[in-house]
Design a protein. Structure first.
Length: 379
């Protein structure tokens, strides 16, 4: 009997949480009996797929912004992939790939159509016209979906509220992390790689420099904390369109380092004494889970799925989005209390082991595919 064939379709393969999930599934699903093909606009993460021997098909026409011409060309490209690959499951990630991919899959009568909502397609920074257009497109593609995966309970509630999925369509599957990879990293080696003093109290941030992640807020917090805690240092790791703006904002203070993209980030969390997330909105941020897997306590904004991963007083602390003063206060207090950091770290590692392993994500996704294919085969 032929193994079921899965197309993992994502808008782009630049670094990000959704991309990490695609790579995780592409590597893990073959052991569960599935053949996997990945398609999306080329980015630096595509190299990891080809190095792992995973079939990757570039779709140059996929872009985040709405463009009738480019979107039509992307639709034709995906149409061709579905025609040539003869897949049994189409699993889409991110909004643009989700809309075009799901509608195209329905036209091709693909037996199982799945979409993962890593975070809502609409956000507070959008204009009214763009928001309405995206809601209409998302609702249309939801109607042709067999399942919509929410990465957190908060995402599930938001999908229902915005009518982007029906309750019977939703499956909650958190995006797991490779716990062992982060837990085994060496602190001294990580500090050597980042050229950090042994005695510094280091606050880390990992992400893309764009508005959702509010890197400017991280730098504002840093400026306040380093004045209160003389041994404090901040390290911001990641690329993105606002990278140079972040570097300019941090210039002149050697205690705030904006290091840009690093391919060895899984080894670098161990250098941190504390992890900071200042995002305006999130689905379920992998960076928070990765920090906790590395034994690093977290201070984060109280948004969406973050409040499920960071349990106040138990695995970290939260502050309202945009509240620089409270974020700075939380960070300063934890840097001054080593025993509290240890307690939070130990609690967080236990939570990660129980709820957010990559093995759970792969197994739950494979079961979902199997159930859908069994159901559609019987019809």
């Amino acid at each position: 009997m032929n193994r079921p064939r899965v197309l993992q379709l994502i808008t782009h393969l630049d670094p990000g949480g959704a991309q990490e999930t695609v790579i995780l599934l592409a590597k893990g699903l073959p052991a569960r009996g599935f053949d996997v093909v990945v398609a999306g606009r080329p980015g630096s993460e595509a190299v990891r797929l080809t190095e792992a021997g995973i079939t990757y098909i570039p779709v140059d026409e996929l872009f985040r912004p709405i463009s009738l011409g480019k979107d039509a060309r992307a639709f034709r490209a995906i149409h061709g992939i579905l025609r040539d690959q003869q897949v049994d499951v189409v699993h889409t990630h991110s909004s643009k790939a989700g809309v075009i991919g799901r509608i195209s899959a329905r036209l091709h009568r693909v037996p199982a159509i799945v979409h993962t909502s890593h975070g809502l397609p609409i956000n507070p920074d959008m204009g009214r016209g763009q928001r309405i257009a995206l809601l209409m497109a998302e609702r249309a593609s939801a109607r042709v979906s067999h399942r919509v995966i929410a990465v957190s309970r908060a995402t599930s509630r938001e999908l229902l509220h915005l009518k982007l999925a029906r309750s019977e369509q939703i499956e909650i599957i958190p995006s797991g992390v490779a716990i062992g990879r982060f837990a085994s990293a060496d602190r001294a080696e990580a500090r050597r790689l980042l050229e950090l003093p042994d005695d510094a109290l280091v606050v880390g941030w990992v992400g893309r420099h764009f508005e959702q992640k509010r890197p400017q807020h991280v730098i504002e917090v840093a400026r306040r904390v380093v004045e209160r805690v003389p041994r404090a240092m901040f390290v911001l790791i990641g690329d993105g369109p606002l990278l140079e703006r972040s570097r300019a904002a941090a210039s002149g203070d050697r205690r705030i380092r904006v290091v840009g993209h690093r391919s060895d980030v899984d080894r670098l969390y161990a250098a941190f004494d504390l992890f900071l997330l200042a995002s305006a909105w999130e689905g379920l941020p992998r960076t928070v889970l990765e920090a906790q897997a590395a034994g690093v306590p977290v201070v984060a904004t109280d948004v969406n799925g973050v409040r499920e991963a960071v349990r106040p007083g138990e695995t970290g602390y939260l502050a309202p989005a945009g509240d620089i003063d409270q974020l700075a206060e939380r960070v300063s207090r934890l840097l001054e209390n080593g025993e509290e950091r240890v307690r939070l770290s130990e609690n967080a590692k236990r939570t990660i082991d129980a709820e957010y392993s990559e093995e759970h994500t792969i197994a739950a996704t494979a079961r979902l595919y199997e159930d859908l294919l069994t159901t559609t085969t019987r019809r």
